[in-house]
Design a protein around this ligand. Sequence first.
Ligand code: SF4
Length: 402
Amino acid sequence: MSIATIADNVRAGGRLNRAEALDLYLNAPTSLLGALADEARARRHPEGIVTYIIDRNVNYTNVCVARCSFCAFYRPVGSDDGYVLGFEEIFRKIDETIALGGGQLLLQGGHNPDLPLDWYEDLFRAVKQRYPAFRLHALSPPEVIHLSRLSRLEVPQVIDRLVAAGLDSIPGGGAEILVDRVRKILNCYGKATADEWLDVMRHAHGARLRTTATMMYGTIETVEERLEHLFRLRDLQDETGGFTAFIAWSYQPEHTELGGSEATGVEYLRTLAIARLVLDNFDNLQASWVTQGGKVGQLSLAFGANDMGSVMIEENVVRAAGAAYCMDEIEIVRNIENAGFMPKRRNMHYEILGDPVFRERSLPRMLELAVARADGDTSRPPEIVRYAARSAAEKKARLTGH
Ligand code: SF4
């Protein structure tokens, strides 16, 4: 089938199969791919609104036993640079988020063997007690699996307990590429196989939680494997309808064990566009300005994205691998309006909350993203001793006091 025929079928509302998607991805001119994705976006969002959320990306610990080869963020157990945030530190971050108009934390972290399930439950309960309306978008599928192994409870039980403690939704992190050949090479097969990742989302959707889905592309996967990832997400979405959004970002190679180079902006835009076309059952696609910068982030709105993601406030993971873009609400809104769209604030469920906050009241400019911890701060949270230590390093630290 020619590219023109596939394009006509897409325009007529036809569903792409794997061979057609591959042909388009490999051979369609970037302008055509963008136009098809933009038309698909406009059919789903004809009102010309581009949304964004004000939330804060908090990484509660960088200690991780998974050791994925593409990750520059984690520190091994016992490392001098390892940290766990205290409950009071997290409350301070929530206070700052609320002051900037935000209503949610995106809470993710390493697989720390010294944080048992009850640490998470106590934290969630404490957050909800202090801030009843504040939302917790927390714990990607590999973290849920880690907690299931640590607690020797099945995944559905872990999800039920987290929901009872205050979990509102699950972020789609840790998906990388949902093909086990790739996951084995990237050393992330052990933290979650492709089926295990999808199963956590299946259970979460069954428990009436909404979740997002992500893809980190640009390591060692083939183009066919990228598409396989998208088709596996499309299949699960057909089954459950529980995904609110899809977010693709390119692998950031600096300071990682895997090394290599970063995919280009054109490759990002082509990947985003093909995702909009394959994921015909996803309402929302986010622009990943955090990895691509504001300018490509803005261009994403012509390649299928209808959402500018988050006013990040804080970011630690991508920054550790060399990307350090920052846009506050004023900057995000400027990018949306100059691209010809109407900016609206939303929550995680993509319900519109209103117009930009900075037009209603004055906000401090945010020209730099915050970090989890100030450099040199090696403090240990006081409540950590309430929870059973599992690692030899943590047991020793408790005996010696550091
Ligand atoms: S990507 Fe996540 S699970 Fe993998 S090493 Fe980094 S922090 Fe750990």
